[in-house]
Write a protein that binds this ligand. Structure first.
Ligand SMILES: [Zn+2]
Ligand SMILES: [Zn+2]
Length: 832
């Protein structure tokens, strides 16, 4: 048997070895965990996507499976680059047995693979087993010890370790069991020399754990007791990067072949070789690891933001950009870095090749955004550093104004041996969040795991007589519940959750506050009292909510196809928000639409509406849908059976949303505006049906008034006062950013009202330069939850002045005109 050498050979060798042993090879699951898995932000282990099978909630695709899983660990981000082994992104190879073989099979397969396929020197392999635990009423794992001895492992290389090391559980009640880990011994010279040096030694790195075999035998209950699982399962995880390091006999994971294309690219583009200096070594490692991480995260549909997964992505992009520039790389270079990653990994992960364009767009846009402020931010950092300490205020300004994630500031400070006042920073940050973001009530999480699945009837009906099958009081007049049948659509595929009510016979009512989507199930949060488990209720989505949502969703599909007709096939959906009052559609396109293009798109959509095309919806295997040429959306996860929305064979998309039955129901379609959302992406907002009619009516009335005014003006032979002109520069989350000129604060306020009305925006931030001074007006609906006065003041200070006003309408001014972009960026940050 040929020995495996390269990372690709190890990956393929592992998967085909287990295929030979009857395992079904499955593709890697997404780095975004399933919506019913809230244990981690990102997938951290190969077994994580298998949990529904181990828990018995779903049937596995086969009794034996094997995968190479993309994994990402967030706690390690700041450690990457400092040593030879920390990684955020890595690959885990695994074999899984659902009620088939147990300890014996797992140990035999592992031994055969290590001896015959990896060709490791058996004398260098040690294993650990569970030492037992009186609290769990378990003795040492004698079965595993006997099996290892039987297969030829000398007893002195079988090391019992405590529960903290060798007992696997989900972190609470659930399946669990002892595990057994395989270690590679780098020899005495690599060790600490102490008599008790063995696997698990914390003083040295002589022993490297590379494979963990988990024997899932028990269920852990809330009271701490164990019972036997009905079926015993096996899951294993072999770290690909570590194994490659051993096979290739290199000193670190970064020296394995799996990073070489990327490292060479870094060396060629910086002119600095790996190992040239401490800075170079660190930068190479950071770019190699984060380059892989960012490429895979974007490849799975994640985009940078200030929260959750998006923030993880933002941190590694900005950290990589900063380290790249430090060794002389000229931005923009992240798209090039991602190409090196795709070259290295695209063979095993074709989704990277498929989404190359989106990966480039997202990375370049974020790099550009960061680049705009990096230099000024570094200047501020150096000034602060010169005072010997980074105050909380400095750290706050760096984050809020210059987009330096706090972790980056901390890292820069650490490198100079300086402290950061974290406490003060946290306090300022909390204050800032309170001003700029409205937190929507109670923290909502799954409360009824393992309960009966709710039947979703919302595709056919807006009203159903049903029963509450699970109930939990959340306090503050809120409760969480499950219904036997539900008409409520849970947010997904760009469409927002329905709103609605449940009502008992006696008239007791509760309003729906939130719908939690759980893969193919849902839980609901209501505001109201007087309900209990077992109650019969009428669940209703008002037609006034659902119908316009359906019209907007179907219109979104028409818009998508018409954009492709007018602008070209490169147009790809990059996000959408379908709400009852309007629709928003983001797409890839390099420049603004011309007035003609915009009018052409609008006209084509309306023609499709007037043609009254039938909308056909059906479910089919994914391969059939591909044959139909169905549009698959970037960043969406699809099951084996998909739902197809087919509009007269002309627009065919996979979609789980609610739609009208024929396009005429959409009524008029009117584009509200078109704007940039980062490099290479555009956004269109539009209205349909009743909203569109109201808008058209309003426009007609305004035109009528204008005509009347013009008439009067002519009679008086006086020039009418022309309405101020303005240009929309951006839209962020329903807030329009616009500029005009030569307007004093008073007329500027009137203009901001007019812009909000004309653009149907929840808010408008308008700037005007007059007499070498800039004025801002911040005009926001209360529902946005951002304090206009605080925001105006923040923007005013940036331009060297101040601001204030009411929570919904405020103004600011200053004379530092070159700081205007920065002030506007700070304004956008409040809504991003
Ligand atoms: Zn040691
Ligand atoms: Zn759709």
């Amino acid at each position: 048997m040929a020995r495996m050498r390269s990372s690709a050979e190890i990956r393929e060798g592992f998967l085909s070895f287990f295929e030979e042993k009857g395992h079904l090879r499955r593709p890697s699951a997404s780095l975004v965990p399933r919506s019913d898995d809230r244990s981690t932000l990102l997938t951290t282990a190969g077994m994580q996507p298998q949990m529904p099978y181990f828990l018995g909630r779903e049937t596995p695709p086969g009794p034996l499976t094997t995968t190479a899983q993309k994994c990402f660990r967030t706690p390690d981000i700041d450690e990457v680059g400092l040593d030879t082994f920390h990684l955020t992104f890595f690959e885990m190879l695994g074999n899984f047995s659902f009620g088939q073989y147990f300890k014996e099979g797992a140990i035999e397969y592992a031994t055969e693979f290590v001896q015959n396929r990896l060709g490791f020197d058996w004398d260098r392999i040690w294993v650990s087993v569970h030492a037992g635990d009186p609290e769990l009423k378990l003795g040492p794992d004698q079965v595993a010890i006997d099996l290892w001895e039987k297969i030829g492992m000398p007893p002195e290389r079988i090391v019992p370790l405590p529960t903290s090391e060798n007992f696997w559980h989900v972190g609470g009640p659930g399946p669990c069991g002892p595990d057994s880990e395989l270690y590679y011994d780098f020899g005495e010279a690599a060790g600490c020399g102490e008599a008790d040096c063995q696997p698990g030694c914390t003083r040295c790195e002589r022993f490297l754990e590379f494979w963990n075999l988990v024997f899932m035998a028990y269920e852990l209950h809330a009271d701490g007791t164990l019972t036997d699982l009905p079926k015993q399962n096996v899951d294993t995880g072999l770290g690909l990067e570590r194994t490659a390091r051993i096979v290739q006999g290199v000193p670190s994971v970064y020296d394995t072949d799996g990073y070489q294309t990327i490292m060479q690219w870094v060396a060629a583009n910086s002119g600095v070789a790996y190992g040239d200096s401490t800075d170079a070594t660190k930068a190479h490692r950071v770019l190699a690891d984060h380059g892989r991480g960012m490429t895979f995260l974007v490849g799975d549909g994640i985009t940078p933001s200030n929260e959750g997964r998006g923030y993880v992505l933002r941190r590694i992009i900005r950290r990589a950009a900063q380290h790249g520039m430090r060794i002389g790389m000229q931005p923009p270079f992240l798209a090039g870095l991602s190409d090196a990653v795709i070259e290295q990994m695209g063979g095993a992960y074709p989704e990277l090749v498929e989404h190359r364009r989106e990966i480039h767009t997202v990375l370049s846009a974020e790099e550009e955004r960061f680049g705009e402020t990096l230099e000024r931010g570094m200047k501020l950092f150096e000034e602060a550093a010169a005072h010997g300490e980074i105050t909380g205020d400095d750290a706050f300004t760096l984050q809020a104004t210059y987009g330096f994630p706090i972790e980056l500031t901390q890292e820069l400070a650490r490198e100079r041996g300086l402290g950061v006042n974290d406490e003060e920073f946290t306090k300022l940050m909390e204050g800032h969040r309170e001003i700029s973001r409205q937190t929507s009530g109670a923290k909502v999480d799954i409360r009824f795991p393992g309960s009966r699945k709710t039947e979703f009837v919302g595709y056919e009906r807006m009203e159903v007589l049903t029963a509450i099958v699970a109930y939990a009081d959340l306090g503050d007049g809120l409760f969480q519940a499950k219904l036997e049948q539900s008409p409520f659509y849970p947010a997904g595929g760009g469409q927002v959750s329905d709103t609605g009510t449940i009502e008992k016979d006696d008239g007791t009512r509760a309003d729906l506050v939130e719908v939690l989507r759980l893969e193919s199930d849902q839980e609901l949060v209501f505001r109201g009292t007087g309900f209990a488990e077992g109650d019969r209720v009428k669940a209703v989505v008002p037609r006034s909510v659902r119908f316009p949502t359906m019209a907007n969703h179907t219109a979104t599909h028409l818009l998508h196809e018409c954009l492709r007709e007018v602008l070209g096939e490169h147009v790809k959906q990059a996000g959408s928000a379908v709400r009852p009052d309007k629709l928003r559609f983001d797409f890839t396109h390099p420049q603004a639409l011309s007035a003609e293009e915009r009018a052409d798109v609008e006209r084509r959509v309306n023609e499709r509406v007037f043609a009254n095309l039938p909308v056909r919806i059906f479910e089919t295997p994914i391969d059939e849908a591909r044959k139909l040429g169905a549009m698959m959306l970037f960043g969406e996860k699809y099951g084996d059976i998909v739902r197809v929305v087919d509009i007269d064979g002309w627009s065919v998309e996979l979609c789980g949303g609610t739609h009208v039955r024929s396009t005429a129901e959409i009524g008029p379609f009117v584009i509200l505006g078109e704007a940039s959302v980062g490099a290479g992406s555009r956004r269109i907002e539009a209205v349909t049906a009743g909203e569109a009619f109201a808008l058209l009516e309003e426009r007609a009335r305004e035109a009528e008034e204008l005509r009347a005014e013009l008439g009067r003006a002519r009679k008086e032979t006086k020039k009418p006062e022309a309405a101020a002109q303005y240009a929309i520069t951006d839209r962020v989350d329903g807030v329009v950013f616009a500029e005009t000129s030569d307007l004093q604060p008073g007329p500027l306020r009137d203009l901001s009202d007019r812009i909000r009305q004309q653009e149907k925006a929840d808010g408008a931030i308008v700037s005007s330069i007059t007499d070498d001074r800039v004025h801002f007006v911040v005009n926001l609906a209360e529902s946005i939850g951002v304090d206009a006065a605080a925001l105006a003041n923040e923007m005013g200070q940036i331009v060297g002045g101040r601001g204030g006003g009411k929570p919904t309408l405020a103004q600011a001014g200053g004379n530092k005109l070159d700081a205007i972009p920065q002030a506007i960026a700070a304004g956008k940050q409040a809504f991003a």
